[in-house]
Design a protein around this ligand. Structure first.
Ligand code: FNR
Length: 394
């Protein structure tokens, strides 16, 4: 057996394994890993990503919390919504573009902030930045990027946003905001739903302790580590919990952030109308309806279910973005019809990166954009302003 046959046999064996099939069938049954051009939807990138990455990297990307009920429910919830398509409407000039905080993007699909793209491909977030710029959309760079934020900012000229994890200390947080501003990030997205390390059993089984790879190190954090300074104890530690964000993450923190940022600030992780109303009251420039891809509170609702409540509370005063479970153009169309301004995708670009690097991430975004265009065309909606609730049968 020569080397080529051995490799072919190895991939054949992996592709045929029941474990892999349980997750997602490869799109053909020859046992060969299909090429990028052969994949017809974003789901098909996941098993290839799984084949190509070390187990714990794949599990870090894939995992949800506890029983992964919210993870499954994020997908199931879309199946309860159908369309009421309109006919004999001219959709020959489809336009999916929109302007968000002054920047024009090609479609209402953004790259959600996700940690450590270096786990998926060596160039990490630099590859993602180029992929997002190629489809003319926004990359929201995670605080826990595996590449320095300055390098990612400089990777392309296309506008980018910065996701802020506030913590663990305030000084380090303000330092991070300043670095993002100085590097030219246009908007801050502050994540507020991840105050404690959550119970992700895939990580525990793989003996991965840190839930996020380091990469967001600030001067302050380095100084504290060097001087062996302990973090301030909290009551949470009595219960064996590990706090990850600033100790008092409340609306006062947000007010201070808003004052210092001097950029639009969106709040990510909103799941109720009450919090959406408060976000407007405190001057948030937008909200991201998110259950963090089902990675923090188990039995958090699917975001598409709570979107109407949040859209109604916000009452068109600020943009409402949404993520968690979006895998199809039709999923995106459903959210737009319920009043979302745009949708963010987390795992799909990572599957693309893990399977085929930058080209894979780009293809994933292109596939989603094409699917959305097709769904709009078939539903009689030529552009985003034509999409409203009347398109849906709930
Ligand atoms: C995330 N998410 C996330 N969110 C955030 O604000 N900062 C972060 O660093 C991360 N890191 C991260 C890593 C990985 C591997 C995943 C899967 C998710 C959450 C992310 O922004 C988004 O809310 C979800 O990924 C959306 O769900 P889907 O699209 O992955 O189903």
């Amino acid at each position: 057996m020569n080397r080529r046959e051995a490799i072919k046999g190895y991939f054949g064996l992996l592709a045929g394994s029941p474990l892999l099939r349980a997750q997602q069938d490869l799109p053909n049954s020859t046992g060969l890993v299909p090429g990028l051009e052969e994949l017809v939807n974003v789901f098909e990138f996941e098993p290839i990503c799984r084949l190509r990455l070390p187990r714990q990297n794949y599990d870090f990307i894939a995992g949800g919390v506890d029983n992964e009920w919210s993870l499954r429910h994020n997908r199931e919830a879309f199946d309860r919504i159908m369309f009421r398509p309109r006919m004999l409407v001219d959709t020959s000039n489809l336009d999916l573009s929109l302007t968000l905080f002054g920047d024009k993007i090609s479609c209402p699909i953004l790259v959600a902030p996700t940690a450590g793209h270096g786990l998926a491909t060596p160039e990490g977030e630099l590859a993602t930045a180029r992929a997002a710029a190629a489809v003319e959309t926004i990359q929201i760079l995670s605080t826990t990027s595996s590449q320095p934020l300055e390098k990612v900012a400089a990777a392309t000229k296309f506008p980018k946003w910065f996701q802020l994890y506030p913590g663990p200390d305030l000084e380090g947080t303000w330092e991070r905001v300043q670095r993002a501003k100085d590097s030219g990030f246009k908007t801050i997205v502050v994540t507020v739903d991840a105050g404690y390390s959550s119970h992700r059993e895939r990580l525990l089984r793989n003996r991965v302790r840190a839930q996020v790879p380091s990469g967001a190190s600030t001067q302050q954090a380095r100084r504290r580590r060097e001087e062996g300074e302990a973090e301030a104890p909290t009551r949470a530690s009595v219960y064996g919990l590990n706090t990850t964000l600033v100790h008092k993450l409340d609306w006062n923190f947000f007010d201070e952030l808003k004052k210092r940022a001097g950029l639009p600030v969106l709040i990510k992780g909103i799941l109720t109308g009450e919090d959406a109303e408060l976000a407007v009251k405190h001057g948030a420039d937008g909200v991201v309806v998110s259950n963090h891809g089902a990675r923090y509170l188990e039995y958090a609702p699917a975001t598409i279910e709570v979107l109407p409540e949040i859209v109604s509370a916000v009452n068109k005063k600020i943009p409402v973005l949404i993520d968690s479970g979006f895998r199809r153009g039709t999923d995106v169309l459903k959210a737009l019809a319920l009043g979302a301004t745009a949708v963010c995708v987390g795992r799909p670009p990572l599957w693309g990166l893990g399977a085929f690097g930058e080209a894979g991430a780009k293809r994933v975004l292109e596939l989603l954009r094409t699917e959305l265009a097709l769904a709009m065309g078939l539903a009689g909606k030529a552009n985003l302003s034509k999409i409203d609730r009347s398109l849906l049968r709930m």
